[in-house]
Design a binder for this molecule. Structure first.
Ligand SMILES: C[S@@+](CC[C@H](N)C(=O)[O-])C[C@H]1O[C@@H](n2cnc3c(N)ncnc32)[C@H](O)[C@@H]1O
Length: 249
């Protein structure tokens, strides 16, 4: 069984990954983005803008979770383990670096008035910071008020324990009341990026619910029956707010 430490993360090719997944936006990502946008907007309706610390865990070569958090955050951390992805994210977050690939995703966010006064390119370079780190080490004192984890706990190992630990570590980094969004490939048997194979754990709605239910009182699991490649059976989007249950790493 392939564990997280066995996978070739140093050979992850972010441009090949973006070509397949994001260069031309997939309908399912736009559906996910709309639901996440509406969830965050609802949760922050009454809070002061830009006072929030956000985190995207295992950000990889995907800027849309960070874009979705922009209106409310004074700081966003993109935590990523694979060095090529860290470098990709650093290029996206320098002044003028945000690639045109992300415009179509921003256009979807703009349908919500909360995003209309935000200039994404400038704001990303002002408040988004890339940190190289391991999800399993998220046990420091820092807690975040808003968090995302897209295709990470399910797409980093074949091992059930590592999936549950990944979810727990993500939950561990969120403060009480923090809205969050997480996405999983449903029943994935692994995936290819360029010529490298990466492991996955076969998550379904029941397994997602089991791993998350203790940490949120208002869990929503959206089963999106859209298959984007061979070797999985759709995608799961999970939305909620962190409760006060303790999640030990
Ligand atoms: C399938 S990609 C998802 C990337 C991105 N979040 C997205 O939505 O497309 C899985 C990501 O998890 C990262 N990852 C794998 N193991 C990790 C770990 N132990 N800690 C943090 N990130 C990790 C990988 O480097 C990769 O960027």
């Amino acid at each position: 069984m392939d564990r997280n430490a066995d996978a070739p993360w140093s050979k992850f090719d972010p441009e090949a990954y973006v070509d397949v997944n994001y260069r031309t936006p997939l309908d399912v990502d736009l559906l996910i983005l709309r639901a996440m946008r509406d969830h965050f907007s609802r949760c922050f309706r009454d809070s002061a803008p830009q006072s929030v610390q956000g985190i995207d865990v295992g950000a990889g070569a995907n800027m849309y979770p960070a874009l979705a958090m922009l209106p409310w955050c004074e700081k966003i951390v993109l935590l990523e383990y694979a060095q090529p992805n860290v470098e990709y994210l650093e290029r996206q977050t320098v002044d003028g670096g945000l690639d045109a690939t992300w415009n179509a995703f921003w256009d979807v966010l703009l349908e919500d008035p909360a995003y209309r006064d935000v200039k994404p390119a400038g704001r990303v370079s002002e408040i988004v910071r890339v940190e190289r780190g391991n999800l399993f080490d998220l046990d420091g004192p820092q807690r975040y008020d808003l968090g995302t984890m897209f295709f990470v706990a399910d797409s980093m190992s074949e091992c059930p324990d590592e999936f549950r630990r990944g979810v727990r570590c993500f939950m561990n980094t969120l403060s009480k009341g923090a809205p969050f969004a997480a996405a999983f490939m449903k029943e994935s048997v692994g995936y290819q990026v360029g010529d490298q194979h990466f492991p996955a754990y076969r998550v379904n709605e029941e397994r997602a619910r089991e791993s998350l239910a203790a940490y949120t009182d208002d869990l929503e699991i959206h089963d999106l029956h859209q298959v984007v490649r061979k070797g999985h059976e759709g995608m799961l989007l999970v939305l909620g707010r962190r409760n006060s249950a303790v999640a030990l790493p």
